[in-house]
Design a protein around this ligand. Structure first.
Ligand SMILES: CCCCCCCCCCCCCC(=O)SCCNC(=O)CCNC(=O)[C@H](O)C(C)(C)COP(=O)(O)OP(=O)(O)OC[C@H]1O[C@@H](n2cnc3c(N)ncnc32)[C@H](O)[C@@H]1OP(=O)(O)O
Ligand SMILES: Cc1cc2nc3c(=O)[nH]c(=O)nc-3n(C[C@H](O)[C@H](O)[C@H](O)COP(=O)(O)OP(=O)(O)OC[C@H]3O[C@@H](n4cnc5c(N)ncnc54)[C@H](O)[C@@H]3O)c2cc1C
Length: 660
């Protein structure tokens, strides 16, 4: 173990294990997580070869092999609950599996969509088959021509009264399904989202289960053309696919009919709220925020923080001893606010998940009153967490200098794999505009004196016109910081709502006015969600039952998240004079002081994320801090170094070497 990292751990002022337990949800949960990790990581059939050395095809094959074994054997033998994406076991499992892997869409989207859209009878038919991996499914919504605008999907499913079948068709190039994970090579069934047509009338998007490959030969079924879409930026262990359906017939029962059905004569009946067809996307938005984004940020923080403490470069005195780069305040400003953000997002998503589970129970009772708010929160948190995670991981990668550019650091892999999360499951701008739609409606409700949802209640409160802070210390106070965020959000919303009214009064059409103001609308949505994160994480910490030391530390992290946002994006806080430039200076000084006070706990804070080295996959961020030894070992094992002289060198270099 590096002496430097030992020294860092000696400086830690709190019990790391306490914080680990807190993040897991209790001591017993930590024990459960560790035993799951131990079982998975010690199983020879779950072993992965070093990802950097595999071809795209090898990655896919390895992933399919591991995950088939995992779902059909390992998880069952250990009686792990892989049914509920929000249960603790599932959270721990996805952490142990460490990267995006085959059958995540099958288990994470296909299986839950059956119960989201299916009747009880349909669920009891399809779900056991899917859970046992007797069928492999994908979620086929996006098309070559449309991903966001679901109303304009072009795949059709036309009811044939004579045969009591649906004819599913992708009539042209742009209507073919494009992108679904697990579809290219693995899936034998697809959950196809298509326009339902009965008796010549279009009833909008519905879900259909379409068999696409033969259950014995795995060959595409008649009328089906299916394949991989080709190399993508990362996530190469899954097979994102395309699918063309040429008038493929499926039985009438394959339309999932929880919220709408078609009778034998082709009469369409809507039995539930049609927004519920969209609502199922909330689930994956929340799951991905934690399972992919926050974990990626936590891993990147772990790597950059540990490395920054063992990397020495330069000195703070002329010819003096070299210091760990973590002692530079600029380095602290790159690493520590990201650690703080990783904590704040984790606390926020715990609350969001808790609310979502309650929301699901409400929906089962037929109560949809919280749907609009839940949609705004889940869309906003997905967009904000992915945007800040991607930016954060890149900052942390650069904070590791040259070694951050090497695959050996694990950082490029994290960055590339998490970048996609800004696009899939709802492109971020589009999601922010959904939040803005909710906010504009809320503003209208407030002006009519109607009640507003809990997370937006502050929009109806009276707030001070100016921040009251006169000292640095006040900028650590959560309620003062929250007031800054409330004010920013409120004034951005008021201003865009007024502009919208103005444009409408001038005679502009609603959609045109909306488009003209969409930059402001996105900013307003971001401000609302950032306020939600600041308030939710602080209140989560307030309610925690933990030692004073840990509470103090977590309170500091919450303050830092808010302060860092104010000092880096001060414009909207200064705009209407809520903060003045003197107060901004105080906030900056407060931030630097906070960074320095958190400095000696940096390693403890990332140790508390408790990622085993095998899961972290980094030569420079391993627990023992032996970065250089591992980098050297990584280089020695490069396939290019198999022989001292590369065969190609003989062929192309040797003829030229003797020319002179
Ligand atoms: C274990 C896990 C590990 C995982 C690793 C896996 C990694 C890899 C995974 C990769 C996985 C990737 C997998 C994938 O990528 S799967 C594909 C994901 N695709 C999308 O997310 C598509 C995004 N597009 C949309 O969501 C819609 O088209 C929108 C909604 C934007 C517009 O459409 P439209 O123009 O029709 O909408 P509108 O604006 O008129 O609104 C109409 C009304 O509907 C309400 N509304 C809208 N949306 C929702 C909602 N969601 N819940 C509840 N309500 C909702 C809305 O408030 C409004 O209500 P009201 O205001 O009128 O009252
Ligand atoms: C790795 C990966 C895995 C995926 N897996 C699946 C899957 O399993 N199943 C599936 O069905 N799909 C999947 N997708 C598709 C994904 O859901 C879509 O790509 C995503 O929803 C974005 O839609 P789009 O590609 O049509 O983007 P577009 O909507 O074309 O976005 C392009 C640009 O247009 C802008 N834009 C579009 N509409 C508006 C608007 N109304 N207002 C303002 N700006 C707008 C966007 O902000 C963006 O800047 C996956 C994608 C990726 C990258």
């Amino acid at each position: 173990e590096s002496q430097l990292i030992i020294k860092e751990r000696q400086q830690t002022t709190f019990q790391v294990e306490e914080l680990i337990n807190l993040l897991d949800g209790g001591k017993e949960k930590t024990a459960l997580r560790r035993s799951i990790e131990q079982t998975i990581l010690s199983d020879p059939l779950m072993k992965t070869d070093k990802i950097g050395y595999l071809t795209r095809e090898q990655k896919y094959v390895q992933s399919v092999r591991r995950m088939m074994y995992f779902f059909t054997d390992l998880a069952k033998r250990n009686k792990w609950n892989i049914e509920d994406p929000h249960c603790p076991e599932m959270l721990f499992l996805s952490r142990s599996l460490s990267s995006v892997v085959a059958f995540m869409i099958h288990m994470g989207a296909f299986v839950p969509s059956i119960s989201s859209f299916g009747t009880l009878e349909q669920v009891s038919k399809w779900q056991p088959l899917a859970k046992e991996c007797l069928i492999i499914g994908c979620y086929a919504q996006t098309e070559l021509g449309h991903g966001t605008n679901l109303r304009r999907l072009e795949t059709t499913s036309t009811f044939d009264r004579n045969t009591q079948e649906f004819i599913v068709n992708t009539p042209n190039l742009s209507s073919m399904k494009w992108w679904p994970g697990d579809m290219g090579k693995s899936a034998n069934h697809a959950m196809v989202m298509a326009q339902l047509i009965t008796n010549g009338e279009n009833h909008g998007m519905q879900a259909f289960i379409v068999p696409i490959r033969d259950m014995t030969t795995h060959k595409p079924l008649p009328g089906v053309e299916v394949g991989n879409i080709g190399s993508i930026m990362s996530l190469e262990d899954t097979d994102n696919g395309y699918l063309r359906l040429n008038n493929v017939r499926i039985p009438k029962e394959n339309m999932l009919a929880k919220y709408a059905n078609v009778d034998r004569s082709g009469r369409f009946q809507q039995t539930g709220n049609n927004r519920l067809m969209y609502a199922s996307m909330m689930n994956l938005r929340i799951v991905l925020t934690r399972e992919q984004m926050i974990h990626a940020l936590q891993k990147a923080c772990t790597i950059a923080a540990r490395y920054s403490c063992v990397r020495k470069q330069g000195s703070l005195t002329p010819n003096g001893p070299e210091i760990p780069i973590m002692d530079y305040v600029t380095q602290q400003n790159k690493v520590i606010p990201r650690i703080a953000l990783a904590y704040a997002l984790d606390f926020t998503i715990m609350e969001v998940r808790h609310r979502y589970v309650q929301f699901l129970a409400d929906v089962t009772r037929g109560d949809l009153s919280n749907m609009a708010e839940m949609h705004a929160i889940s869309s906003g948190i997905k967009a904000n967490a992915s945007e800040r995670t991607v930016a954060g991981v890149e900052t942390l990668r650069r904070a590791c200098g040259g070694h951050g550019y090497s695959m050996a650091s694990g950082l490029p892999y994290l960055l590339l794999s998490v970048t996609g999360s800004c696009t899939y499951e709802g492109e971020n701008t589009v999601l922010y505009l959904q939040v803005a739609r909710y906010l504009i409606k809320t503003a209208a409700n407030i002006s009519m004196g109607k009640s507003v949802d809990g997370s937006s209640a502050y929009l109806a409160e009276n707030t001070e016109a100016r921040c009251s802070a006169t000292s640095q210390e006040e900028f650590y106070d959560h309620s003062l910081l929250d007031a800054c965020f409330k004010h920013r959000s409120k004034q951005l919303l008021q201003s865009v709502a007024m502009d919208l009214q103005g444009l409408l009064a001038e005679g502009k059409q609603q959609m045109e006015a909306w488009n003209l103001l969409s930059i402001q609308l996105v900013n307003s949505a971001k401000a609302h969600i950032e306020r939600y994160i600041v308030a939710t994480s602080a209140s989560f910490v307030r309610k925690l039952n933990c030692s004073l030391k840990v509470k103090k530390l977590l309170n500091q992290l919450c303050s830092l998240v808010a302060l860092h946002q104010i000092t880096n994006f001060p414009g909207d806080f200064l705009k209407d004079g809520y903060l003045d430039s003197h107060q901004l200076d105080l906030a900056r000084k407060a931030e630097v002081k906070l960074l320095q006070s958190l400095r000696h706990n940096v390693v403890g804070l990332v140790d508390a994320f408790d990622f085993r080295d095998e899961i972290l996959g980094s030569c420079i961020g391993a627990y023992d801090g032996n970065a250089y030894e591992r980098l050297y070992d990584y280089a020695k094992n490069d396939v290019m170094n198999k022989n001292d002289v590369h065969e190609e060198s003989y062929q192309y270099l040797r003829p030229h070497l003797h020319r002179g």
